[in-house]
Design a protein around this ligand. Structure first.
Ligand code: NAD
Ligand code: ZN
Length: 357
C-alpha cells in the first residue's frame, strides 16, 4: 500500500483582526510592479470590507460572481483577462466563501498553466506552480482553505483541479470576517464541516490522523450548534477552527454518502454544496443514525429551513443522470460502505433515496 504524501498550506495566521496584517504579509511577494489581484465575494460590494484591502500601485479588486458555484469557463475568463491586462500578477488573493476561495486557487494556477482549467480537472494533472495565492474565508465550513483541490463545474464533469500546486501559499483565518453571514447560510456551510466529520469518522478509510482532526472538529461543531443558544463571537472563532480541522480530517480519509448523493443534485439541479448536503443528510438515518438524529436537533434548535421535495416532478431521465453522477464517485462510496459497495448501493436503492429528497 502506498501512503499519501500530501502538500499542505504554506503559512497560516489565525485571530480576530489578523486581516489587518495582510499588507505586511503579502509585501515580500510583490514582484516588479506586478499587481496583487483581490478576488472578493460579490456579497461585499458596497460593504466596508473592500475599504480595508491594502491596495498598492496597480492592485485591483475584482468582485467574484458566485451566484453559481465556480465553472471552468469563468476561471478561464478571469485568468485570460488578467494575462491580457497585466501580463504577470504578483498574486491572487481570494476573500469569500468556498466558491471564491476555489476560484482564487484555480485562477492562480491558470496564470502559469496553458490551455483551459477544464484540461486539469482530475488528479495531479497540473504541471506548473501557479501564481502566489492567499485564501481568506468569510464563511466557515467547507475546508477549502486547507484542501488540495478546487471544485469546478466543467463542460463534461464536476471535478476539482486536485494537485500539489493547488493548496494556498498563505491563509488568513480571521473569525471577525464571518460575523455577518445570514443564519441559514452559516448553518448550511457549517454543516458541510459537520458532515465531512461524520463521513470521515464513520468511513472505512479512517485512521488516527483523520480521527484526531475529525473528533476535534465535530466537538467544535457541537459546541456551536448544540450546546450554545444564540450566536456570538466565540461561535465564529470555533466554527473557523472546525472548518480547518474538518478539512485536515478528510485530507487523509474521504467523505461519504451525503457528498456522493449531493453531487448528483448539484450536477442536475445546480443545488449548492452546503444546502445540498443538508437536504441529503436529513434522509440518511439508515447510514448515519446518530449523526442524522443530532442533525435534526441542530436544525430545530437553530430554526433552519431544510428544503424538501426538490426531486418531485423529475423525469426518469433526470433520475438516471443523478444516479450516474453519484455512482461515479467511487472512492466516496467505498469509504462509506466498504469494498463491496456496488452490491450494497444498487441503482434501485439510490433511486429510492433520491425519491425522498
Ligand atoms: P459560497 O462560497 O458558495 O457562498 C454562499 C453565499 O454566501 C454566496 O451568496 C456568497 O456571496 C455569500 N457569502 C459569503 N461570505 C459571506 C458573509 N460573510 N456574509 C454573508 N454572505 C456571505 O458558500 P460556501 O458554502 O462557503 O462554499 C461552497 C463552495 O465551496 C462550493 O462551490 C463547493 O464546491 C466548494 N467546496 C470546496 C471544497 C474544497 O476542498 N475546495 C470543499 C467543500 C466545498
Ligand atoms: Zn463538503
Amino acid at each position: 500500500m502506498a501512503f499519501r504524501n500530501f502538500k499542505m498550506v504554506g503559512y497560516v495566521i489565525y485571530g480576530r483582526g489578523s486581516f489587518n496584517q495582510l499588507d505586511e504579509i503579502i509585501a515580500p511577494h510583490r514582484k516588479d510592479g506586478a499587481p496583487m489581484i483581490f478576488l472578493v465575494d460579490h456579497f461585499f460590494t458596497g460593504k466596508t470590507l473592500p475599504n480595508r484591502i491594502p491596495l498598492r500601485g496597480n492592485d485591483t479588486v475584482i468582485f467574484a460572481d458566485v451566484t453559481h458555484e465556480p465553472k471552468t469557463t469563468y476561471v478561464d475568463r478571469l485568468a485570460n483577462q488578467l494575462k491580457e491586462t497585466y501580463g504577470k500578477v504578483s498574486g491572487i488573493i481570494g476573500i469569500g466563501g468556498g466558491s471564491t476561495m476555489d476560484l482564487a486557487k484555480a485562477v492562480a494556477l491558470m496564470m502559469n498553466n496553458p490551455g483551459s482549467s477544464a484540461d486539469y480537472q482530475g488528479w495531479d494533472l497540473v504541471k506548473l506552480p501557479g501564481a502566489y495565492k492567499v485564501g481568506i474565508p468569510t464563511l466557515s465550513g467547507t475546508g477549502a482553505e486547507v484542501s488540495r483541490t478546487t471544485v469546478l463545474t466543467g463542460p463534461t464533469k464536476k471535478l476539482g483541479m486536485n494537485s500539489d500546486f493547488t493548496p494556498f501559499d498563505q491563509i488568513v483565518l480571521d473569525p471577525e470576517l464571518t460575523a455577518d453571514a445570514p443564519a441559514n447560510q452559516r448553518f448550511y456551510t457549517g454543516m458541510d464541516c459537520y458532515i465531512h466529520c461524520f463521513e470521515s469518522l464513520n468511513g472505512t478509510y479512517l485512521n488516527e490522523f483523520s480521527k484526531s482532526y475529525g473528533d476535534k472538529a465535530l466537538q467544535l461543531c457541537r459546541d456551536v450548534y448544540v450546546n450554545k443558544t444564540g450566536w456570538d463571537a466565540d461561535s465564529d472563532d470555533k466554527l473557523m477552527m472546525a472548518s480547518y480541522a474538518g478539512g485536515m480530517s478528510i485530507a487523509y480519509s474521504q467523505v461519504g454518502v451525503a457528498h456522493a448523493v449531493s453531487y448528483g443534485l448539484s450536477y442536475l439541479l445546480g443545488t449548492k454544496h452546503g444546502v445540498g448536503n443538508c437536504i441529503v443528510f436529513d434522509k440518511l438515518q439508515e447510514y448515519y443514525p446518530e449523526g442524522v438524529e443530532e442533525f435534526k436537533l441542530m436544525v430545530e434548535k437553530n430554526k433552519i429551513d431544510i428544503p424538501q421535495h426538490i426531486c418531485a416532478g423529475l423525469s426518469e431521465d433526470d433520475f438516471d443522470k443523478m444516479i450516474n453522477v453519484s455512482l461515479g464517485m467511487k472512492p466516496l462510496w467505498e469509504n462509506a460502505l466498504g469494498k463491496d459497495w456496488e452490491k450494497i448501493m444498487t441503482k434501485d436503492r439510490l433511486r429510492a433515496l433520491y425519491d425522498q429528497l
